[in-house]
Write a protein that binds this ligand. Structure first.
Ligand SMILES: Nc1ncnc2c1ncn2[C@@H]1O[C@H](COP(=O)(O)OP(=O)(O)O)[C@@H](O)[C@H]1O
Ligand SMILES: [Mg+2]
Length: 370
């Protein structure tokens, strides 16, 4: 396929396979919009998407097929103005022709054709969308309610029991003192457990300042190396120009420590490897369900391990509390991570396959104050 054929969209010109044939084989929608939003080209997937034929669509303003106030139209304008490619996830579009659909969109200006852009639409089932980020938030919320209940209903009576045992201890003989000690030790153990849950019920607004994420990761690495990740190789791929995140240092350490600990526990004993990556992604926005607001979360921290992967049957409830496959696991690690990432206004995602599991945490940039 010559580049000319690709730009003119003339099928088969001077090539064995025409550009049209290639674009029509794609499952994603490809639209080329000329200046004034006129649709110049649309592939087969696009005809299906708009429920109209290419001849009905070509030459018309895209606003005839998508509502003018649709975020897709403003995205198109943004890409054409800025001359940069923009990517947005979780847009909802609905018209009389198109039933409500959640989509991911990439709009890329055509450098050689000023004012023209390629729109690439990837369909996403609503279920898929609900599945990822939002279930995590719900998971965090259900734990929050339970933690509050535990703190109240369990801790208060426990301290009464402990106090009573201590009183008995004073008058007890040596044998009975063993029993009163046992009561105290066990109540302490339950209290500690409830304390760990209590962080979930913390509903205060997070105290945030600009935080250098690399200092956070350095801390996490030092803690990991001193303990559970002694024999593992930890690789760091950092973008040194990353701006500070708006966050809480201690909680960020906790988030990444939990993720690195899981990675370490999953990595094989020999040649176990964990990779920490930071990057800045332009133009990625997340839709917030139930509102028109969009999150701009350009800071991405990835924790990747070469372990066996997350069991398929766990993936839908991974962030729920008490989900664990470890004999001595609490199943609280990821639930806490989900809550803290949520409190930071961030989003967490994962991808897992045997030999390569990665958790990605997307965070907001600190506002510039100078
Ligand atoms: N990097 C990973 N690779 C494979 N499985 C993982 C990974 N991270 C988490 N998991 C799975 O998710 C479960 C829940 O993790 P977590 O909430 O931290 O609880 P815990 O570590 O106490 O089991 C783990 O038991 C494990 O099965
Ligand atoms: Mg864990």
């Amino acid at each position: 396929m010559s580049s000319e054929a690709a730009l003119d969209f003339a099928p088969g010109v001077g090539a064995d396979i025409g550009a049209d044939a290639i674009l029509n084989a794609l499952e994603s929608v490809v639209i080329v919009a000329a200046p004034n939003r006129t649709i110049q080209f649309i592939n087969d997937a696009g005809e299906e998407f708009f429920a109209a034929s290419a001849s009905q669509i070509r030459g018309h303003d895209i606003a005839q097929f998508i509502p003018v106030d649709s975020p897709l139209i403003s995205l198109l304008a943004q890409a054409m103005n800025d001359g940069n490619s923009v990517f947005e996830t979780g847009l909802t579009i609905a018209t009389p022709r198109i039933q409500r659909q959640v989509i991911n969109v990439q709009v890329s200006p055509l450098d050689d054709h000023p004012g023209s852009a390629v729109i690439n639409i990837f369909g996403r089932s609503i279920a898929d969308q609900v599945d990822r980020q939002m279930t995590h938030r719900n998971a965090a919320r259900s734990v929050t309610a339970m933690a509050a209940m535990l703190a109240h209903e369990v801790k208060n009576p426990l301290s009464g029991i402990r106090g009573a045992a201590q009183l008995l201890e004073q008058a007890a003989d040596a044998d009975d003192q063993k029993l009163t000690r046992l009561i105290c030790d066990e109540t302490d153990r339950i209290c500690a457990l409830v304390d760990r849950m209590e962080v979930f019920s913390d509903q205060r607004v997070l105290d945030t300042v600009p935080v250098n994420i690399h200092l956070v990761l350095e801390r996490v690495k030092a803690l990991a190396k001193a303990g559970f990740a002694q024999d593992l190789n930890i690789l760091e791929l950092y973008d040194p120009s990353l701006p500070p995140v708006e966050g809480n240092h201690d909680q960020l350490v906790q988030i990444f420590l939990n993720l690195v600990k899981n990675a370490a526990e999953a990595a094989p004993a020999s040649n176990g490897e964990i990779q920490l990556t930071t990057q800045y992604r332009h133009g990625v926005r997340y839709a917030v369900q139930g509102s028109r607001a969009q999150l701009h979360l350009p800071l991405v921290v990835t924790i990747q391990d070469n372990g066996p992967g997350i069991p398929a049957n766990l993936q839908n409830e991974l962030f729920d509390a008490f989900v664990t496959t470890k004999p001595k696991g609490s199943g609280l690690g990821l639930a806490l991570v989900a809550k803290m990432v949520d409190d930071h206004g961030g989003v967490i995602e994962f991808d897992s396959q045997p030999g390569r599991t990665e958790f990605r945490v997307m965070l907001p940039v600190a506002e510039e104050t100078s």
